[in-house]
Design a protein around this ligand. Sequence first.
Ligand code: SF4
Length: 357
Amino acid sequence: MNNIKKSLMDFTLEELQNSIKPSFRAKQIYGWLYHNYATDFDEMKNIPKALKEELSKKYVVNPLKIANKEVSSDGTIKYLLQMQDGKTMEAVWLKMKDEQKDEDGQITQEAKYTICVSTQVGCKVGCAFCLTAKGGFTRDLSAGEIVAQVVTLKKDNKHKHNRKINIVYMGMGEPLDNLENLSKAIEIFKENNGLAISAKRQTVSTSGLSNKIDRLGEMDLGVHIAISLHAVDDELRSELIPMNKAHNIQSIIDAVKRFPIDTRKRVMFEYLVIKGKNDDLVSAKKLVKLLSGIKAKVNLIYFNPYPGTTYERPSKDDMIAFADYLIKHGLLCTIRDSKGMDISAACGQLKEKESNI
Ligand code: SF4
């Protein structure tokens, strides 16, 4: 534990420029980190040896190692990443769109990817359907550990730094429970001399800490938010997400209405559909009412059963009937295809497997 160092990825360019002299070296180092995906000081060819030695006494380059990865038939890759203290967390590489080619076989549009990142080891929220919750909370991730997930996955998939990528903060942990490090990571991602991932491409998914939604809104970072709503009445929601008792549905809806959103954009509401719990048309009707007045998009997610759960996957017919009702009543709605079903891609499942080994 004593050997744990900060990572160069914990710092904004401005912070590095303030601490590394001459400051143009900081920009060069940023290039090594985010354009060349360097993992070791030795790779930084144009940086003087003395400076590298000095930096290596205090910092590591990339604080993560790939401990395991599972590749799904649909192109989803789930990574188990290990940090300096030996703790592990997950990040997922999701292929959202295949590349497109013209008749001559020339690529007309490159494939599109999203990276799902973690913000904590474990989680305090305790959602009933979540394996991460079962392991309890261990610690927050540093900004560098959040940033390094994207760098590590891009490098492993040979995805050039200037290719567009979307980030969803939807892995292990409640992002707003680690707001300080999350907001710093968002800024580091946005840096033009680094990965230059605009805020519009970053979505913070929260289980609904209404006071922190307000705080994120005040920071005005330009990111999108997604709300894990999952239920339309407080009784069921408290059963699924115990902290709903402190942040009930109405407080979340009110916070969303206050959140600064690009007028062209919509707030995503995640709704995990569980057979016999929230998959009926009465729930659909309540959902329409609840979201009236919000420019919303609803993402219906099939519950992905895991060993030991009592919850069940809804039928396709019920799912479609639910979606149809929302669409007929003016809500944008998608059904999330279960990416990575064959590799246990619900949050926390890979880590759970690892700890059973
Ligand atoms: S679903 Fe997300 S917020 Fe809920 S316990 Fe799991 S990691 Fe935490």
